[in-house]
Design a protein around this ligand. Sequence first.
Ligand code: NIG
Ligand code: FE
Length: 380
Amino acid sequence: MSTLIRNIGELVTNDPELGTLTGAALVIDGDAVAWAGPSARAPAADDAFDAAGRAVLPGFVDSHAHLVFAGERAEEFAARMSGLRYDGGGIRNTVATTRAASDDELRANLRRLIGEMARQGTTTVECKSGYGLTVEQEERHVRIAAEQADEVTFLGAHVVPAGADAGDYTRLVATDMLAACAPHARWIDAFCEKGAFDADQAREVLEAGVRAGLTPRLHANQLSAGPGVRLAVELDAASADHCTFLTGADVDALANSSTVATLLPGVEFSTRQPYPDARRLLDAGATVALATDCNPGSCYSSSMAFCVAVAVRDMGMTPAEAVWSATAGGARALRRTDVGHLGAGARADVLMLDAPSHIHLAYRPGVPQVAAVWKRGHRV
Ligand code: NIG
Ligand code: FE
C-alpha cells in the first residue's frame, strides 16, 4: 500500500542530493520512503494525502532520554527556580520511587511518554536505564526499555547509590550488572561529573561495555569543564552529551572526531545553567545533535520543538541547523542511517507541520504545530 503526500509547501529531506525542496511530494510505501522530489515528477500511488502547502520534515530523532522511572520531582524544580542549584542529588529520590514501582507501572509510564513524544513528531527514541542501581533493578529497567524504545542504553553508572563505595559500585557496574544488562542494550553510558563518576571510573565502565559488545556514549561536561568530552572522544563514543562547559581543547577534540556533540537545551532551561554554545561547535566543524534529555529531574520536557526554538534563540543556530540537529544529528548520534532523513529507502518517519516552513518551529515557540505524523509508515 503506497501513499502520495502531495502539495508539500516545503520538504526538508536532509538528503545530500535532494536538500530542501519547495513544491514537493513524497511517496511512502509500506514502512519506507519510496520517492521524494518535485511535485511535477511525482509517481502515482494507491492513495493520496493533500499537504495543502504545509512543511514536511523527517520525524524528530530524540537521541537522549531517561524514560524508565516512576514519580516526579516538581518540588525540586520549583526550589531551583527560587535559587537551589542542580547537582544531580535528586536522582536518588527517583531511584527510590522507581525501585518501588511494578513492571507494569514502569511500562505504562514509558508508553505514556513515548506516546507524548510521538504526538509531538518524535519518531525515534533512545531510552536509558539508571534509576535502578542494583543488578536486578537495572536489568529490569533495560529489559522494559527494550520493549518500547528504538534504542536502549545501560546507564548503571548514573550515580553511586547512597551508602555505597564508589570504587566497589563501579566494579559492580562493569562486571555483574553489565553482564545482566548487555543483552538488552546497544549502548553503554556513564555520568562523568564531580559527585558522580570520575574519568577513571567512567573509563572502567565504558571499556567493560565495549568488551561486552556495547558502544559508548557519555554524559560529559554538564556541570563543569571536566574530563568527560576528552574521554568520550578518546574512546570513540558515538556522542558526548550535554557539552555545557567546554574548553577550547574540548571543542577541538570534538571537531576532529566522529563523536557527536549532543546538546540538551531543556536541561539548561530547567536548571538555570548557561546554554551550550552550539555556534562555537558548528564553526569549529563538530557535528551537533539536539535532544530533550527527558527525565523527571533536570528536564521534564519531551518537546523537540522546544529544543529547536531555544537552540535558535539562545545557542546561535539557524533554524535549518537546529532542525538538522534534531533529526539527522540525532540519527548520527545513534549511528543510524535509516532515520533522520527522507531520501528513498529511509524509514517512513514523517512530520507534517501545521505551518509553511521549518522556521515556524522556532518562530512560534510553545504553539502546537503538528498536523500529522507517520511512524514506520503508519499515521500516529
Ligand atoms: O542527563 N546528569 C545526569 N542525569 C540526568 C538527570 C537525571 C535526573 O536529574 O534525574 C541528565 O541530566
Ligand atoms: Fe541525561
